[in-house]
Write a protein that binds this ligand. Structure first.
Ligand SMILES: Cc1cc2nc3c(=O)[nH]c(=O)nc-3n(C[C@H](O)[C@H](O)[C@H](O)COP(=O)(O)OP(=O)(O)OC[C@H]3O[C@@H](n4cnc5c(N)ncnc54)[C@H](O)[C@@H]3O)c2cc1C
Length: 372
């Protein structure tokens, strides 16, 4: 492996450079073989730690075991009237420590792939490749991939949340169930729910999540969490950490359209749900295979049909936000656990789709399908 100091003040030539070592960038870097490469990432995994959730099948449960913080074969959605409880033997709703996942990928880099802990600057695209500097060193790569977080057009629909990981004073009920959406909270500012992952009977991740165009003050989400805990008679012994996220639910704009984007910048975030991890894994797995046979083009992370369906779903949400709770609850009720997991993973069968379509409020959807 080359070392920065060995070649100080000279240009380092690479086959591949990856800007950004997050979910997509570090996954790709860890899969590269037989080429000289560098992944450029200014922050350590610990500085970016948060919970990444996915529905993991048996293979993925093993694959991600060392980064898994918790996994549940049961999950539920709740509103004021009812609870939908799903139990699956095939999928587990799985929460990963992003820091552990990225640390593991970093430790799997081969000797020919360098991790440069600095920001890429003065990036100039030339054909498929380009040049840049990082930590004062100049680099040139025949192929450049860019995973810097994309921009969102404003105002645009987004999922925004603030979460606390807490230790409770006493054991909570039903720690074996993940609560994906509890809608029994203030709905006056947009579609709002509480998300709860019990890592044990005394350790929880609890998030106040909004789907709307406008962010709230941090204290607004904190108050919603406090209120929900009070309603459930759960007392906090210790607040362990806080996480904040803003995830686009409309098309995004890559930082530089002249460079091949990967990950969220290439549209890997599912527009209707905000989940990205599974799509990124599939995209990067395919890209690494392509690269091994000399094809450097980036596969689309999500099919155009799915993007169209998600856009219609979101248009209904934007036009009639008051239907949001009903749409989510009806989607969950229309499907069994495995169908719901497939739907969220973007691999729903025709039968799954038919069930969801039949359950949706027809007039609201027809209006948006017919809209130009
Ligand atoms: C708190 C939180 C919780 C989340 N929960 C989930 C979840 O449960 N499930 C899910 O699927 N998704 C979740 N997400 C979304 C998920 O994190 C993103 O969709 C995913 O990380 C996108 O991967 P990416 O590689 O495209 O971008 P990122 O992972 O954001 O990586 C981009 C990297 O580029 C780096 N960078 C920026 N500028 C430069 C530069 N100039 N030079 C070099 N590097 C640069 C950044 O430091 C960053 O590490 C969550 C996000 C947050 C914030």
């Amino acid at each position: 492996m080359f070392k920065l100091n060995d070649k100080a003040n000279k240009t380092i030539d690479l086959d591949i450079a990856i800007i950004g070592g997050g979910s997509a960038g570090i996954t790709l870097a860890a899969k590269l073989l037989n080429c000289s490469a560098a992944v450029i990432e200014p922050r350590t995994p610990a500085e970016r730690d948060c919970s990444w959730a996915l529905w993991a099948d048996h293979h993925q449960q093993k694959q991600f075991a060392t980064a898994t913080k918790g996994s549940w074969r049961q999950w539920r959605l709740i509103d004021h009237h009812t609870e939908v409880l799903h139990s699956s033997d095939h999928y587990r709703y799985t929460s990963l420590s992003s820091a552990q996942y990225m640390t593991q990928c970093e430790s799997n880099l081969t000797a020919d792939v360098a991790l440069v802990r600095a920001a890429a600057e003065d990036i100039v695209a030339t054909g498929k490749g380009g040049s840049f500097t990082a930590a004062g060193q100049h680099y040139k790569a025949a192929q450049l991939y860019d995973s810097r977080p994309p921009k969102m057009a404003e105002p645009s629909l987004k999922q925004h949340f603030l979460g606390w990981e807490i230790r409770t004073k006493s054991a909570i009920d039903e720690p074996e169930i993940a609560t994906l959406m509890d809608f029994r909270v203030d709905q006056s500012r947009g579609l709002h729910f509480i998300y709860v992952l019990p890592f044990s009977d005394r350790r929880l991740l609890i998030e106040s999540t909004m789907i709307s165009k406008h962010l709230e003050d941090k204290d607004w989400y904190r108050q919603a969490i406090k209120q929900w805990l009070q309603d459930q008679n759960i007392e906090i012994e210790e607040k362990l950490r806080e996480e904040i996220g803003i995830i686009p639910m409309q098309a995004v704009i890559p930082v530089d359209t002249d460079i091949a984007s990967i990950g969220a910048a290439s549209g890997a975030i599912r527009l209707s749900s905000g989940y990205a991890f599974t799509g990124i894994q599939a995209q990067i797995g395919q890209l690494a295979q392509n690269i091994s046979v000399g094809n450097y083009s980036v596969p689309a992370p999500i099919s155009p049909t799915l993007i169209r369906m998600d856009k219609i779903y979101n248009r209904v949400l934007m036009a009639q936000p008051e239907l949001g709770v009903t749409m989510m609850m009806k989607t969950a009720r229309a499907l069994d656990a495995d169908g719901f997991a497939r739907f969220m993973l973007g691999c729903a069968t025709i039968v799954d789709w038919s069930r969801v379509i039949l359950a949706m409020p027809k007039i609201a959807f027809i209006k948006q399908v017919l809209r130009r």
